[in-house]
Design a binder for this molecule. Structure first.
Ligand code: FAS
Ligand code: PHB
Length: 389
């Protein structure tokens, strides 16, 4: 097999990159380890920056998002029973789109099918070769048969546990990491959302988040110890703890119901530098991980795809290879901004096991600063809705 760009991974990063490149006349092949149903079974992100929503529209995968997604002008932070409204539209003139990653992935698969893009599912044993040459290639197993894919470039969109990042030599790769001493227990329920916008709750018992997927489908999270397992939490225990952490009037009026999904995700901040090596370019979780407190994971994947797709189009079109040469530098500048924001939201809103009275005092002071000063709310709004590319 031969193509122009081999894309490892058929999650949001790989599919969006494939869609944008094919629409620009650049041939791709996506190699995805799992089945399509498995990929579509994942429940993950829920908030799209406006720039991400725009990219999906440009990719021809935004129609259902515009029909079914929820446009939000803001969100709430809460401290005990106090609600602090972050009005994005007022602070920085921007909004966000609430639309689940599962649906984004479904729409991208449909758009890829519509243009006849090549996606090989259940591609196993993917290995990257000759990345330092002008003729790299990928080997893999498909349907039990050994296969080879010759290409010009390789996009590593295979997530945190993929093979691409590890292909960059240890002597070249620099990794930056911070692991948080807790996880998020997430529940999906067929119930109306607790409020009209998201509520990020700081409480002495721990963090909670009231989110949503639609007017009838809600997504909730509570901070739990890393030692907890989903089966340790009955639905009743989950609802009781969530209500303790949300403002009393919200807790009293919210509807509960059976969980249709329950899972625990660990929290970490992670960056790999550089994000390119020879003809390999990393995108999304393959290169970085953020704690979901800033709703940046999926949006950073789209950010990388913005830079890489533009650079590849410049290289194949007018023959301008400069953007490709500085891809890692350009993408990382925005990655670190989102990394800082996600870290700061995590430090502000969670109860740390070793938290001192001083640490707690700083959290309370920062929440008061957000309640009092429009400039503080503007900075949060600019980061949350997405900094310029
Ligand atoms: P993905 O991990 O989505 O996709 C990578 C793909 O590569 C996968 O389909 C995988 O099967 C495939 N792959 C891996 N190894 C391979 C190999 N060797 N060969 C071929 N294919 C291979 N972000 C938020 O903003 N909010 C959230 O609430 C949130 N919750 C999350 C919960 C969990 C449990 C996880 C893991 C992540 C969460 N995220 C959240 C972050 C998440 O949304 C990611 O940022 C997003 O999926 C990134 O997309 P990709 O970079 O495409 O990586
Ligand atoms: C979600 O709805 O899953 C969600 C929303 C915002 C976040 C994290 C997760 O910051």
């Amino acid at each position: 097999m031969k193509t122009q760009v081999a894309i490892i991974g058929g999650g949001p990063a790989g599919l969006l990159l494939s869609q944008l490149l094919n629409k620009a006349g650049i041939a791709t092949v996506v190699l995805e380890r799992r089945s399509r149903d498995y990929v579509l079974g994942r429940i993950r992100a829920g908030v799209l920056e406006w720039g991400t929503a725009q990219m999906l529209r440009e990719a021809g995968a935004g129609a259902r998002m515009d029909a079914e997604g929820l446009i939000h002008d803001g969100c709430y932070l809460s401290s005990g029973d106090t609600l602090i409204h972050m009005n994005f539209a007022e602070s920085c003139g921007r909004q966000v789109m609430v639309y689940g990653q599962t649906e984004v992935t479904r729409d991208l698969y449909a758009a890829q099918d519509a243009i006849g893009a090549t996606i090989l599912h259940e591609a196993e044993d993917v290995a990257l070769h000759d990345l330092g040459s002008e003729a790299p290639y990928v080997t893999f197993t498909h349907g039990g048969e050994p296969r080879r894919l010759d290409c010009d470039y390789v996009a590593g969109c295979d997530g945190f546990h993929g093979v691409s990042r590890q292909t960059i030599p240890d002597t070249v790769r620099r990794e930056f990491e911070k692991v948080y001493p807790f996880g998020w227990l997430g529940v999906l329920s067929q119930t109306p959302p607790a409020a009209e916008e998201l509520i990020y709750a700081n409480h002495e018992r721990g963090f909670a988040l009231a989110s949503m997927r639609s007017p009838t489908l809600s997504r909730y999270y509570i901070q739990v110890p890393l030692s907890d397992r989903p089966e340790d939490w009955s639905d009743e225990a989950f609802w009781e703890e969530l209500k303790r952490r949300l403002p009393a009037d919200v807790a009293q009026s919210m509807r509960t119901g059976p969980s249709i999904e329950k899972s625990i995700a660990p929290l970490r901040s992670f960056v790999c530098e550089p994000m390119q090596w020879g003809r390999l370019f990393l995108c999304g979780d393959a290169a970085h991980i953020v704690p979901p407190t800033g709703a940046k994971g999926l949006n950073l994947a789209a950010s990388d795809v913005h830079y890489l797709s533009s650079a590849l189009i410049a290289a194949y079109g007018p023959g301008d290879r400069a953007p490709l040469a500085r891809y890692s530098q350009d993408a990382l500048a925005r990655v670190w901004q989102a990394m800082r924001f996600s870290w700061s939201m995590t430090m502000l809103l969670h109860r740390f096991p070793e938290q001192s009275a001083f640490d707690r005092g700083v959290q309370v002071a920062q929440l008061e600063e957000l309640a009092k000063y429009p400039a503080a709310r503007k900075l949060l709004a600019q980061n949350y809705t997405g900094l310029p590319f």
